[in-house]
Design a protein around this ligand. Structure first.
Ligand SMILES: NC(=O)c1ccc[n+]([C@@H]2O[C@H](COP(=O)([O-])OP(=O)(O)OC[C@H]3O[C@@H](n4cnc5c(N)ncnc54)[C@H](OP(=O)(O)O)[C@@H]3O)[C@@H](O)[C@H]2O)c1
Length: 354
């Protein structure tokens, strides 16, 4: 998506953390009261059994290292998504943003893959997004998944309903989405919170987990610690490129909180990395193409996954196979000599890791 999103109201991370810590104490004590109350109506054992079976039923599919990105595929979307699933992709990223994505065709391809036995619904990590009016093409109102003049809550409800409809693959089973990503923070933290709280009402039954994209670190920090937020982000999706220092600080924060970082622009935003020494050497040593070598080094940073939007079916197969080839190489006798040094030099190329 080429639209640039900017949060209009940046605020200090430190000020925010301090005020939130105070409020957090209050929040925790009300949680304790709630737990005390629930003990009165159910034994600890039945509560635990209920919680375990509920959690098992409502778990998202595992998030793979490479997710298939569906932006800009237009009418070829269904064919390409089906090809990606046949090639072995088990994660799909789309958005309810018709100007760049065709979510309906993504859903149609998943449905076809399920009905022809290529995949089971529970094996595919399906991720879509709520895109506010900031990222929509307002010159084509009829294509939008909601009325842009409706209140924010109604926009979210309409967008989620339309996404769920696109991912309905059987009359008898209720559709659900593995991860719903807020495409970008809104102009104000109040509006961002309103949208997030509305999305929270769908978790875990209709939406297994929530994520956020195009977010600066202070807003992400707010989402992770503010008592106003009940369901914490489970995924962050941002650009991986020199223009934001390859999100060095945000990725370190994600690692600390065990929240996966999904990278986009990994190839398109990094022509210089594709020609860098560690990428070229790894490609030579492991016998893979340079894009695969770059993907593998980014994955090795830890806590990362990659959005791969190739339109080439050979690349689909080679990318999935290639990251396994590099994995095997890293564990081979040769790889044990070279891989740690290549990774260390790669980290220097991206300005050092925190
Ligand atoms: N959250 C957001 O705001 C946002 C913004 C942008 C993108 N995204 C997501 O990220 C996905 C990926 O987008 P992207 O901007 O990172 O770029 P991309 O769509 O993955 O484009 C990769 C480019 O590299 C080329 N390429 C060459 N060798 C390749 C290989 N081995 N594997 C893959 N590509 C290869 C591709 O050409 P070929 O087609 O010929 O392989 C293509 O031109 C999107 O589809 C979307 O799902 C999200």
């Amino acid at each position: 998506m080429r639209t640039t999103f900017r949060a209009r109201r940046p605020f200090s991370l430190i000020t925010l953390s301090l005020s939130i810590k105070k409020a957090h104490v209050k929040h925790n004590s009300s949680l304790l009261n709630f737990n005390h109350h629930t003990k009165l109506i159910a034994s600890p054992r039945s509560q635990a059994l209920f919680a375990r079976s509920f959690a098992m039923d409502m778990k998202p599919a595992p998030m793979p290292k490479l997710l298939y990105g569906t932006a800009w595929k237009k009418d070829a979307t269904a064919d390409l998504v089906l090809a990606a699933l046949k090639a072995g992709f088990r994660g799909i990223d789309t958005a309810a943003q018709p100007v760049h994505y065709n979510e309906r065709l993504v859903g149609a391809a998943v449905k076809q893959a399920i009905s022809s036995g290529i995949v089971k619904r529970g094996d595919v990590f399906i991720q879509t997004k709520f895109t506010s009016t900031l990222g929509q093409d307002l010159s084509d109102l009829s294509s939008l998944p909601y009325d842009p003049n409706a209140p924010l809550e109604e926009q979210v409800h309409a967008s989620v309903a339309s996404s769920l409809q696109n991912f309905r693959y059987s009359e008898s089973e209720e559709p659900y989405i593995d991860c719903l990503v807020l495409h970008s923070p809104l102009h104000t933290i109040e509006d961002t919170t309103t949208v997030w709280k509305t999305l929270e009402t769908y978790v875990p039954q209709k939406i297994r987990q929530l994520g956020i994209s195009n977010t600066p670190l202070p807003i992400f920090d707010y989402m992770c610690i503010s008592p106003a937020i009940t369901i914490r982000p489970a995924v962050v999706q941002n650009r991986f490129y020199p223009g934001n220092d390859w999100e060095k600080y945000l990725r370190a924060y994600c690692r600390e909180k065990s929240i996966p970082f999904q990278a986009f622009w990994t190839l398109t935003g990094n022509p210089q990395l594709l020609l860098s020494d560690p990428v070229q050497k790894l490609a030579d040593y492991a016998g893979v193409e340079r894009p695969v070598a770059l993907y593998s080094l980014v994955l090795a940073l830890g806590g990362t996954s990659i959005l791969d939007g190739t339109t080439n079916e050979s690349h689909m197969v080679d990318d999935l196979k290639g990251i396994e080839i590099v994995n095997d190489y890293a564990q081979s006798a040769d790889g044990q000599n070279f891989w740690p040094a290549l990774l260390a030099v790669f980290k220097q190329w991206i300005g050092g890791e925190r």
